[in-house]
Design a protein around this ligand. Structure first.
Ligand code: CP
Length: 309
């Protein structure tokens, strides 16, 4: 693959290859010297048109550990504010010969469009409600390391599924790897074409969480609710917020995940989120750096092969 735009075009062996490489980087990242200069001489530009803590920081750290020259575009201070379009911005940066562009954008499909206009590798760091492939890959690596496998697991994804690119990418990845997926949440926050996904749907946490191996919680993405129904946080926490009592319906060794940013007391109890016996939320962040190093390493191999051909 020339780009990493989504989970949709990846095959199970593609996914396994990224995770295997990421395991190598997860071990390297625990060493004193974290460098492996496979991107030496390459230029990586991060363009984030939407807020980010985890994804932007981890892509920057990943690029630097791999020896790339990394530039973070301050999009709020860019000429986008003077009316320059996304595509003209991309073409301008493309003329500076970057090798890797990492892009987050609020519109679904914007990153795919941009990838058609530039001649470097593009990595999707989240586009609207569409895909967040590196999030699904880091979630998969976290699950594989915690459970020892990434197939035949029962996985619940809970909350605001309709607005979530994280849910969409995870449903595709976990489905390709032959897991059983349950979506739990209010019907108002379920996508309309749910039947396409090959999942089970629940609106009751006790029922949906019964005997699952993995519980993945999601934030209410109010910024994408564009004037539609927004549930009250109190009522939402009561019915769908994960606490020890609701988690007791899952398997006794079920792990708790959250992609972040987390709203404590809305979709998850803060004490449970901090419980290192159940919560792998900080492992997800750690695996985020490893997965982004792996993805850029594999794309850089393609860039080198294409140049040598
Ligand atoms: N999980 C995730 O994408 O977090 P950020 O929005 O902070 O990057």
């Amino acid at each position: 693959h020339r780009h990493l735009l989504g989970i949709e075009p990846l095959s199970p062996p593609d996914i396994t290859a990224i995770l295997d490489r990421a395991d190598f980087y997860a071990d390297l990242n625990r060493q004193a010297d974290k460098h492996n200069d496979v991107l030496a001489g390459m230029t990586q530009i991060n363009m984030f048109f939407e807020n980010s803590t985890r994804t932007q920081a981890s892509f920057e750290i990943a690029g630097k550990r791999l020896g790339a020259d990394v530039m973070n575009m301050a999009m709020q201070a860019s000429s986008i504010k003077k009316g320059e379009t996304l595509i003209d911005t991309a073409l301008t940066l493309n003329a500076m010969h970057p090798d890797l562009l990492v892009v987050r954008h609020p519109q679904s499909g914007a990153v795919d469009l941009l990838a058609q206009k530039v001649n470097c590798a593009v990595l999707n760091a989240g586009d609207g409600r569409h895909e967040h492939p590196t999030q699904a890959l880091l979630d998969a690596l976290t699950i594989r390391r915690a459970k020892g496998r990434l197939h035949r697991l029962s996985i619940a994804i809970c909350g605001d599924i309709a607005h979530s690119r994280v849910a969409r990418s995870n449903i595709m990845l976990l489905g390709k790897m032959e897991n059983r997926i349950r979506l739990i949440g209010p019907p108002t926050l379920m996508p309309s074409q749910i039947s396409e996904f090959g999942v089970e749907v629940f609106d009751d946490m006790a029922e949906g969480l019964k005997d699952v191996d993995v519980v993945m919680m999601l934030r209410l993405q109010k910024e994408r609710m564009d004037g539609g129904f927004i549930p009250s946080e109190r009522e939402y926490y009561h019915r769908y917020g994960l606490d020890a009592e609701k988690l007791a319906h899952a398997k006794p060794d079920a792990i708790v995940m959250h992609p972040g940013p987390m709203n404590r007391g809305v979709e998850i109890d803060g004490t449970l989120a901090d419980d290192i016996n159940r919560s792998v939320i900080q492992d997800q962040v750690e695996m985020g750096v490893a997965v982004r190093m792996a993805a850029m390493d594999l794309l850089a191999q393609n860039i080198r092969n294409a140049r040598a051909a």
